[in-house]
Design a protein around this ligand. Structure first.
Ligand code: SAH
Length: 261
């Protein structure tokens, strides 16, 4: 981004001794915000996670430190990441913590911000486009639509213990016309069974958006009853959506046309 644009918009700089916690969006590097781009240009250090596009990192001359999970194994402990953010900031560096999607949506950004607040390190939160909204948009699924759902519920499939999230699934089935599930592929069959047992229709539309907003995006449209089987055959990085809004995916498949150009 040129300095002229940044000046006209009054964008702040990432200053020495500061940490910016930035969301990079769901995949397509074009979905990062202007503040995110600014941080990439200013940073001395970038701590990035596995979901961040390489092309974004390549824009920056900063020292890059991988601080994420791979294949479900935590290769860097959360405490170590927090400590490193604090240490680098105290050394006077400009630190960018770059995460996939939005840092505050199932991304432990809140924990990192707490560590910074407690250590009295100045920080800024730069929200990103979360996969549960932007990734769905790339699949042609509006997260809300007047004709289909007036509410949307974001759910994580597994809790801190790695097991299925402890939720009142009966209450969820009644109160959540559309559910967007992160980290839920492994539990898809179990969740579908719970929802059907609680009264949701087995033929209710559901979709898996795998590698959303990436060149290898796959959209699998199915039903609640078919969700478990579909999840078994889906690539690992996947978001699940259950609800009537899924029916719009066919009509609104704009990405195919965009890719054909
Ligand atoms: N903070 C992120 C979510 C991190 S949790 C956000 O706001 O999007 C990680 C989960 O997000 C994955 O298990 C998967 O369910 C979902 N996810 C992240 N990026 C994705 C992508 N490009 N395609 C599909 N699912 C994705």
């Amino acid at each position: 981004m040129n300095d002229d644009i940044a000046a006209k918009l009054g964008l702040p700089h990432l200053h020495k001794g500061w940490v910016w916690l930035v969301g990079a969006g769901p995949g397509d590097p074009g979905l990062i915000t202007l503040l995110g781009l600014r941080a990439l240009q200013d940073a001395d250090y970038i701590l990035y996670d596995a979901l961040v596009d390489e092309a974004l990192l390549a824009l920056s001359d900063a020292e890059k430190i991988y601080a994420g999970k791979r294949a479900g194994v935590r290769s860097c402990k959360q405490d170590e990441i927090c400590d490193l953010l604090v240490t680098l900031a105290r050394q006077g560096h400009r630190v960018l913590r770059l995460k996939g999607g939005d840092p505050f949506v199932f991304g432990r950004g809140g924990e990192e911000a707490q560590a910074l607040a407690r250590a009295k390190i100045p920080f800024r939160i730069v929200p990103g486009i979360t996969t549960g909204i932007g990734g769905l948009a790339y699949a042609g699924i509006p997260v809300t639509h007047r004709d289909t759902n007036h509410a949307v519920t974001f759910i994580t499939g597994h809790g801190t213990d790695g097991k299925l999230t402890k939720l009142d699934w009966t209450a969820v089935s009644r109160g959540a016309p559309t559910m967007v599930l992160y980290m839920a592929r492994r539990f898809a069959a179990e969740i579908a069974d719970l929802l059907i047992a609680a009264g949701r229709r087995p033929d209710e539309p559901a979709a898996i958006v795998a590698n959303a907003a990436r060149p290898d995006q796959q959209v699998i449209v199915t039903t609640l009853a078919g969700l478990g089987r579909a999840a078994e055959n889906s690539p690992a990085l996947a978001i699940i959506v259950i609800g009537e809004n899924v029916t719009l995916a066919g009509e609104l498949n704009w990405l195919a046309a965009a890719q054909a150009r």
